[in-house]
Structures are given as C-alpha cells and as structure tokens.
Design a protein around this ligand. Sequence first.
Ligand SMILES: Nc1ncnc2c1ncn2[C@@H]1O[C@H](COP(=O)(O)OP(=O)(O)O)[C@@H](O)[C@H]1O
Ligand SMILES: Cc1ncsc1CCOP(=O)(O)O
Ligand SMILES: [Mg+2]
Length: 269
Amino acid sequence: MSQSPQELLTALRAAPPLVQCITNYVAMNIAANVLLAAGASPAMVSDAEEAGEFARIAGALTVNIGTLSSPFLSGMRAAIEGAQAAGKPWVLDPVACQATALRRRTAADLVALKPTIIRGNASEILSLAGEASQGQGVDGRDSVSLAEDAARWLAVQTGGVVAVTGESDFVTDGTRAARIAGGSPFMPMNTALGCSLTGLCGAYAAVADDPFDATLAALAHFAVAGRRAHEGAQGPGSFAPRFLDALHAVTPEALGAEAEIRALESVGA
Ligand SMILES: Nc1ncnc2c1ncn2[C@@H]1O[C@H](COP(=O)(O)OP(=O)(O)O)[C@@H](O)[C@H]1O
Ligand SMILES: Cc1ncsc1CCOP(=O)(O)O
Ligand SMILES: [Mg+2]
C-alpha cells in the first residue's frame, strides 16, 4: 500500500528523522535550515573517520558531489558502506556531473553503488545516462521532458528511484512514474535549493516504506512551499525567507490538498 505525502509528512513531524548530509560548502547551511524548517533533523557529518559510524545511526544518508575533493569522496564511500550495512536508504545528488572528467568518473562510481534515490536536474540525469548534456556548471540547461527516458533507464540500472527536477518534476522507479507541478521560477535563482531538496528526499526516505513515495512527498513539499512563497515575493531575495517559512507552515492536510502529482502509466503493467 502506498503512503501519501500527507501521511509521510505526519510521520516526519511526529518523529523527526536524523539525516546525515554529506553536502557541499555552498549548501551546508541552507540545506540544514531547509530540513529543520520542514521538520527533520540534519547533521553535516562527512569525515571518513566517523562518517560510516554515523550512517549506521542516521535514518538516511545523502551524498552530494557539489564541492568534490578527495576527503569528501573518502567520507562518502565510508558513509555509503555504513548505510548499506545498516539497511538505511541513501540519496545521490550528482551536482555538475557532466562538467569534468573527475565528476563524470565519480558520479558513475557512485551510481554503481546503487543509490536508493538519485535527484538531479535534467542536465545531470542526461549525463549520468551517457547522453549529451547542455548543463552549465551546477545549473541545468535541458528540459525535464528530455531527460525522462534517461531517468527510466537509470532507475532500471540501479533498481532505485530517479527524480529529475526543473520547472515541473519527474519521478520514476523504472516501472511507476509521476510528474509534480508547482514551485517558483525564483527557486533556481536561489543557490543550493536542489541540494536541499536532495536532503529532504533523505528525510522522507527515512520515514517511508517505499522510496518512490518518499521522493514524491519531498518534491511535493517543495512544490507546494515554493508556490506559496512565490506569492508576494519581489525576487529571489525576498523569496528565500518566505520559502523557509512556507516549508514549516505547510501542514500534512495542506500538502495533501495542494500537491499536484499526476501519476503516469506504469511501464509493463
Ligand atoms: N522554473 C521553475 N519553476 C518552478 N520550480 C522550479 C523551477 N526550476 C526549478 N524549480 C524547483 O526548484 C527545486 C530545485 O530544482 P533544480 O533547480 O532543478 O535543482 P538544481 O538546483 O540541483 O539544479 C525543485 O523543487 C524544482 O521543482
Ligand atoms: C554554486 C555551487 N558550486 C558548487 S556546489 C554549488 C551549489 C549548487 O546547488 P544547487 O545544485 O542546489 O543549485
Ligand atoms: Mg543541483
């Protein structure tokens, strides 16, 4: 039986999950505040000496290659091993994976470890699937619809869930798929909101039975809060605090009522 975003937000607020975020220097503060506002408990723990131990006690792990370096990578590997040993979900954010040989190689190595969820913009998901990508550094430059087949292929390869985000979002586990509408054009003008959404996917995955339901709930929470925050915002600056407030103010009932999730036909059903 699938769990709705309303049920999952109720569960998350009842028992805030501990989410280990190995994320980039740009995102650390923003993502922590986003998770706290939504109702989760973030911890930015990345050193290899403790990352594996921490992953065993966290509800979920998120791994982000935004400011990639050897120490970060060692921490990621230790943490993934710890999460997998403890049966905890882990989420990959392949930031700018199309940009350099190091990023392409690292992202491919991490994908081979079979993340529970991969969340990226369309340019990143295309690149992960070995297709041409127009991404410019960390910014997506391709449409979500162009990356849908790449996402399905990647989901089948990993056995996990793949989320492609942009003006409207797409989620698939290779069999099921859905689109989520909402958000705000000010969101891509605020750095690290994609990274923060990856953290929130981890939070929902920690409380959900099924990572597909968790991903839908996280994306819907962002879409609803983004749409609410857009009202009255003058630009990206005034949007940012409104967005944090909206993440916090959205109740499970409002999430259920305002989420615009459209299920697509199952492949092979
Ligand atoms: N033009 C847009 N309109 C509405 N929401 C958007 C738009 N672009 C991105 N978003 C939202 O911003 C969040 C971050 O997505 P995205 O910008 O694709 O990630 P990244 O920052 O990793 O490139 C997602 O919730 C997504 O739905
Ligand atoms: C600007 C920047 N540079 C390296 S990581 C990063 C943040 C990217 O965040 P997001 O992918 O969520 O926009
Ligand atoms: Mg990103």
